[in-house]
Design a protein around this ligand. Structure first.
Ligand code: FAE
Length: 532
C-alpha cells in the first residue's frame, strides 16, 4: 500500500483544518511536536469501519458481523425509533424540523414550504449546478425516506452498462432474492389493493393499459399488516395519509433499521455511532486507514472531533457521500493512489417527474403510500422508460396522477471535481441529459393523455422536471475505480459498497435492490478472500 508522507508544517499551512493538521498531534505524525494549546482528537482503533448505514452499509455490517468480524458504523444522522404515538417523524404538512437535514426550510420537490431551525432531519438535498440530489440521513439511510419499491433492472438494458465480468443471472438467482427476503418485501395483497386508498394506482394502471403500456407490480418493503391496523385504527395513520418522504410513523415501512441493522446488532458485534459525520479519510504509514469524524449535535454543532483508525474501511455514504470523500482524498493527496476513474461515471438514473391532471377518472380522495404499481414504456421513441405511480396525498379527488419516470440513459454521465476554495466537491452535470429524459417522459404522458384524457402539469408541478433526482448512481464505478467486488483500485482493504459502485444507471429500475444485491455479492467475496 502507498503511504503518504507529508510534513506536518506543510499540512498546517493548508487553508482548511484537515486530517493532517489534527493528526500532527496524534500517532499519525509522531515526529511532530504537539502544541500545548492544540486540541487532541480522540484516537481509537477498530478492525472494520463502515461509513453510512444505508443499503450498502447495512448489508456490509450484517454480513461482516455474522462472519464474526466486529464493525464500527459511522452515521451522520440520528436513529429514529418508531414510537406508538405516531409522532416519530415529521408529518407531510406542516413539515417540521425533523423532515430536513440541516436546513432552515423544507427542500422536498412538492408541497408548501415550511420553515424551522436547523436539525438533523431525515431528508437531505445536495445542491449542485443543474442537478439537485436527494438522499436520506439517519440510521437506515435512504430507506427512511424511500418509497420501498423493490424492483430489478430491465435485464437487457442493464447488461449494456455492466462489465462483461458481471453475471446478471447470478444476481437474479442469488442476490436479489437474498435482499428481498432479508428486507421482508412482498407484493401488496389484493384486499388492500382494492381499498379506496389505492384507487389512484388502479386508475393509473387502467389508463396505462389503454395507452398500450405494460403494467407491473413489485415487492414492496412494507408491512401490510400494519397498514391494515392503520385502517382498523389500532395504529397511527401514516401510510394511509401518504407519509413517505419524511419517514413513516406507524412502522409500516420496512426500512433497514427494521431488518438488516438490528440483525447485525443482534450479533453483538455492531456498534453504530450516530451523529458522526466523516470529514476525511487517509491511508496511514502502517497500512491502516484513518477516518476523521466530527461528532455533531442535532443542530449540527461540532461536539468533538475524533480520529478512528482501522484495518478495513468500507464506504457506504451513498453515491454522493462516498464519491465526495474519495474525490477529496485524491485531490488532497490523502489517498493519492486512487485512479483517474474516481468521481467519474455518475448518473441521475433518468429520474424525471410529471403530473397528469384532468385525467377524467377518479384517483381517490385518499391516496396511501407506498407506491404499488408501475408501467413499462420500453418502446418509447426517445428512450426506454418505466413509470412509478406514486401517491399524491392532497386530501381531495384531484383526478390527477403523479408519474415518476425512470428513463434508461446509457451514456449520459456527470463527474465530480474537488473545489479547493470551498474544500468541497462539485458535480458537473449537463442539463441536456435531464432535458432528454424529460422529453421521453413527455412522449409517454402525451400518449397516456391521448388514449384517455388529461394534460401535463398542475399548480404544484406545472411541467415535467428533471432537475433533481432521488436516484444518484455511480462515482466510483465497478471495473473502473473499483474491481468487480468494490475493492478500490490502488489500495487494499478499502471498499465501495453503495450506489457509487453502480455504473450510472439501474436501467429503468429504482436502485435500492440493485445496490443491496451488489453489496451482498461483494461482501460475500470479500469475507471469503480478504479476511483469511
Ligand atoms: P444511502 O441509502 O443514501 O445511505 C448513505 C448513508 O450514509 C446515509 O445514512 C447518510 O446519512 C450517510 N452518510 C452520508 N455522508 C456521510 C458522512 N460523511 N459521514 C457519515 N455518514 C454519512 O446510500 N429506491 C428504491 O429502490 N425504491 C424506492 O422506492 C425509492 N424511493 C426513493 C424516494 C426518495 C425520496 C429518495 C430520496 C430515494 C429513493 N430511492 C428509492 C433511492 C434509494 O433510497 C437509494 O438508491 C439508496 O438509499 C442508496 O443506497 P446507498 O447505500 O447508496
Amino acid at each position: 500500500m502507498h503511504v503518504e508522507k507529508t510534513s506536518p508544517k506543510q499540512l498546517n499551512r493548508r487553508k482548511f483544518i484537515g486530517l493532517g493538521a489534527l493528526a500532527s498531534a496524534s500517532l499519525l505524525f509522531p515526529q511532530c511536536e504537539i502544541e500545548e494549546d492544540e486540541p487532541l482528537p480522540i484516537v481509537t482503533n477498530h478492525k472494520a469501519i463502515v461509513i453510512g448505514s444505508g443499503f450498502g452499509g447495512a448489508v456490509t455490517a450484517l454480513r461482516l458481523t455474522q462472519a464474526g468480524i466486529p464493525v464500527t458504523m459511522l452515521e451522520r444522522g440520528q436513529r429514529w425509533q418508531v414510537k406508538s404515538d405516531g409522532d416519530t417523524f415529521s408529518p407531510n404538512i406542516p413539515a417540521d424540523k425533523r423532515s430536513t437535514w440541516m436546513r432552515r426550510r423544507t427542500v422536498a420537490p412538492l408541497g408548501p414550504p415550511s420553515f424551522f431551525e436547523k436539525h438533523a432531519g431525515v431528508l437531505d438535498r445536495y445542491d449542485f449546478q443543474n442537478m439537485n440530489v436527494y438522499a436520506g440521513a439517519g440510521v437506515g439511510g435512504g430507506s427512511l425516506v424511500y418509497g420501498g419499491i423493490t424492483v430489478k433492472p430491465v435485464r437487457e438494458l442493464f447488461q449494456q452498462v455492466l462489465p462483461s465480468g458481471i453475471n446478471y443471472g447470478e444476481l437474479e438467482s442469488t442476490y436479489f432474492p437474498r435482499v428481498i427476503n432479508t428486507l421482508g418485501a412482498s407484493r401488496i395483497p389484493d384486499d388492500l389493493y382494492e381499498t379506496e386508498y389505492y384507487q389512484y394506482a388502479r386508475t393509473a394502471i387502467t389508463q396505462a393499459e389503454k395507452a398500450g403500456l405494460d403494467a407491473f407490480d413489485f415487492p414492496q418493503a412494507a408491512n401490510w399488516d400494519i397498514i391494515r391496523q392503520e385502517i382498523a385504527g389500532t395504529k397511527p395513520k401514516s401510510a394511509l395519509v401518504g407519509e413517505l418522504l419524511y419517514g413513516n410513523n406507524s412502522g409500516s415501512k420496512l426500512s433497514l433499521d427494521q431488518n438488516y441493522l438490528p440483525a447485525a446488532e443482534a450479533t453483538g458485534l455492531l456498534d453504530i455511532h450516530t451523529l458522526h459525520q466523516v470529514k476525511e479519510i487517509r491511508a496511514t504509514e502502517d497500512e491502516r486507514y484513518a477516518v476523521l469524524v466530527d461528532e455533531i449535535s442535532t443542530s449540527g454543532a461540532v461536539v468533538q472531533t475524533k480520529l478512528l483508525l482501522c484495518e478495513y474501511l468500507f464506504l457506504g455514504a451513498g453515491s454522493v457521500g462516498t464519491t465526495k470523500l474519495l474525490v477529496k482524498a485524491k485531490a488532497t493527496g490523502t489517498l493519492s493512489q486512487l485512479n483517474e476513474h474516481i468521481g467519474q461515471g455518475w448518473g441521475a438514473n433518468g429520474n424525471v417527474m410529471g403530473i397528469r391532471s384532468l385525467i377524467g377518472e377518479s384517483t381517490g380522495q385518499r391516496q396511501a403510500s407506498p407506491p404499488v404499481r408501475g408501467a413499462f414504456d420500453l418502446n418509447n421513441p426517445h428512450a426506454p422508460l418505466t413509470l412509478d405511480y406514486a401517491n399524491y396525498p392532497l386530501g381531495l379527488d384531484c383526478n390527477c396522477s403523479l408519474q415518476l419516470g425512470l428513463v434508461f440513459q446509457k451514456e449520459e454521465r456527470g463527474h465530480f471535481v474537488y473545489n479547493r476554495w470551498r474544500d468541497d466537491v462539485d458535480l458537473v452535470w449537463n442539463s441536456n441529459y435531464s432535458d432528454q429524459a424529460a422529453t421521453a417522459l413527455r412522449d409517454t404522458l402525451n400518449r397516456l393523455n391521448n388514449a384517455n384524457q388529461g394534460v401535463i402539469g398542475s399548480l404544484l408541478l406545472p411541467d415535467i422536471t428533471g432537475d433533481f433526482t432521488y436516484h444518484p448512481i455511480g462515482g466510483a464505478v465497478m471495473d473502473k475505480a473499483c474491481d468487480l467486488y468494490g475493492r478500490v483500485k490502488g489500495y487494499e482493504k478499502l471498499y465501495v459498497m453503495d450506489g457509487a459502485f453502480i455504473p450510472g444507471t439501474t436501467a429503468c429500475a429504482n436502485p435500492s435492490l440493485t445496490i443491496a444485491a451488489f453489496a451482498e455479492r461483494s461482501i460475500e467475496h470479500i469475507i471469503s478472500n480478504d479476511f483469511a
